[in-house]
Write a protein that binds this ligand. Sequence first.
Ligand SMILES: Cc1ncc(COP(=O)(O)O)c(C=O)c1O
Length: 294
Amino acid sequence: MGISFDKFDGVIWYDGKLVPWTEATLHVLSHGLHYASAVFEGERCYGGEIFKCTQHSERLKRSASVLDFEIPWSVAEIDAAKRLVIEKNNFRDAYVRPIAWRGSEMMGVSAQSNTIHLAIASWQWPSYFNPEERLKGIRLDLAEYRRPDPKTAPSLAKAAGLYMICTISKHRAERRGYADAMMLDWQGRVAECTGANIFFVREGVIHTPIADCFLDGITRQTVIELAKRRGIEVVERRILPDELTGFSECFITGSAAEVTAVAEIADWRFTPGQITKQLMDDYTAETQPKAAAA
Ligand SMILES: Cc1ncc(COP(=O)(O)O)c(C=O)c1O
């Protein structure tokens, strides 16, 4: 077990000020903690540049408005704060975690007058999955929990409460020896993983589920664009679990996971191949243009 996240060195941007890492605390009677009224982002900084910085800040603002609160900082201010955190912590390659939450003024389901807080932390987080397995392919369990109907939960927001079923599913997968779990949606169709979107390949064509009840990841959108630039056809459609036998390759995408090959999902088998490898390389070149050119 490494050092606990509340004990790192460095600074965190907290409600407009840079504070020492260990002092970025909140009261136990915070609405965000009791009622999950919190939204967050996960971003990566490569060579000093935050990838799709503004898109992430816009999504953070959108997620908050889905939860019926407004973050009292503009997208430009959030972008500047994230860059300041990177600079003050002397990072080049790092993960960035903004989080906004409702404070303590009201403690009940209603929180009409609660103050909205925003904090931005950053740390060094090399690879979400074991780097050796990223090309060889990770093993996924099939989760018992399903992504909820958008009429049941704010499915398209990056909201803390939606991760309850992700943590339970990931823990179960890890106990069973898997790296992560693939989740179906409320109608039993393939959805995504606990923190990443999923893609399949059959006869040179990429297939991926329609993102209408889970996060349409910024990495997902980037990879679709990269594939199209290569002339690879990408089909967004409903995918039933029974179809998984027909796919040769599988990979997942996310700001933390980047592009990671998948070798197994429960009893289904895949062989990481040319398209997965190409998109891993293209994603690296897209996120780290200077390193790729050097
Ligand atoms: C549940 C879930 N789906 C998908 C993604 C991928 O999103 P992005 O590519 O924007 O990081 C994430 C990552 O944050 C996630 O947590």
